[in-house]
Ligand binder design. Structure first.
Ligand SMILES: [Zn+2]
Length: 252
């Protein structure tokens, strides 16, 4: 079975969070950048969750911005942005949450839960100040999603629109999920072994090469490496000189 990829919404959030790193001229990509991106996403599931919980989004956003301002900007631009170990931890936790929900994709809500549940994390502390924790988010999601599972990378935008999810037996059979015992074993193994991170690969800039890298790594393209002037080496697919690096988020 394949490890889960990110939904389109989650990919947008991760890409936007890197924009935020640039906006603050930080050199490290951290959990607070992702939380701010979640809060800033128009029509995103995070906004829906806060609405369901009756929490005003603006003061939460303000607190996260304050926290980000405390990290001093780097003196010059053009440096690579490095993910912190906390980011990896949150990806791992988000992948586990997707498993727990029996979702096939990692969505924004799994990132949000993972951030809220990060032990000792600054973002988790901010959320707790507003009374938001993992349990509250689960409760809100129950109302927003009902029994729907994420089986498609565009799932979040369909929560409200779709009829209640009905299991497609053919699809389940194809995925080998019909045997409950085997299914559970696989699930446990995947949760225990769920890992995630960022892969960067030299890239010529051609879309087909990007697709090939995405396929090869079984990940989700986040975009080009921000703040990077020139990548040395050759495209990892076609071997032409690389223009930049492509960033892929993946679980494994
Ligand atoms: Zn290429």
């Amino acid at each position: 079975m394949q490890p889960p990829k990110f939904t389109e919404q989650a990919q947008e959030v991760l890409a936007a969070s890197q924009e935020i790193v640039r906006r603050y001229r930080h050199s490290q990509w951290d959990v607070e950048h992702i939380l701010l991106a979640l809060l800033e996403q128009e029509g995103g599931v995070t906004a829906e969750i806060l609405e369901e919980l009756g929490v005003d989004i603006e003061p939460v956003r303000g607190k996260v911005e304050q926290a980000l301002t405390r990290t001093p900007p780097v003196a010059y631009e053009g440096k690579q942005i490095y993910p912190t170990p906390r980011i990896e931890g949150v990806f791992r936790a988000a992948a586990s949450e997707a498993e727990r929900f029996n979702d096939e994709f990692i969505g924004s809500e799994h990132l949000f839960i993972a951030i809220a549940g990060e032990w000792g994390g600054e973002s988790a502390k901010i959320l707790k100040e507003f009374g938001i924790d993992e349990e509250k988010i689960y409760g809100a999601l129950q109302k927003i999603r009902g029994g729907q599972r994420i089986t498609d990378p565009r799932a979040e935008s369909k929560y409200r629109a779709l009829e209640k999810y009905s299991r497609d037996l053919t699809e389940l059979a194809k995925q080998g999920k019909l045997d409950p015992v085997i299914g559970r074993e696989e699930e446990i193994k995947r949760v225990m072994g769920a890992r995630a991170g960022i892969v960067r690969a030299p890239w010529c800039g051609k879309e087909e090469c990007g697709k090939a890298i995405e396929e090869k790594t079984n990940g989700s393209v986040l975009g080009e490496e921000p703040n990077q002037k020139r990548t040395k080496g050759n495209c990892s697919v076609c071997s032409k000189p690389a223009k930049t690096s492509i960033l892929i988020a993946r679980t494994y």
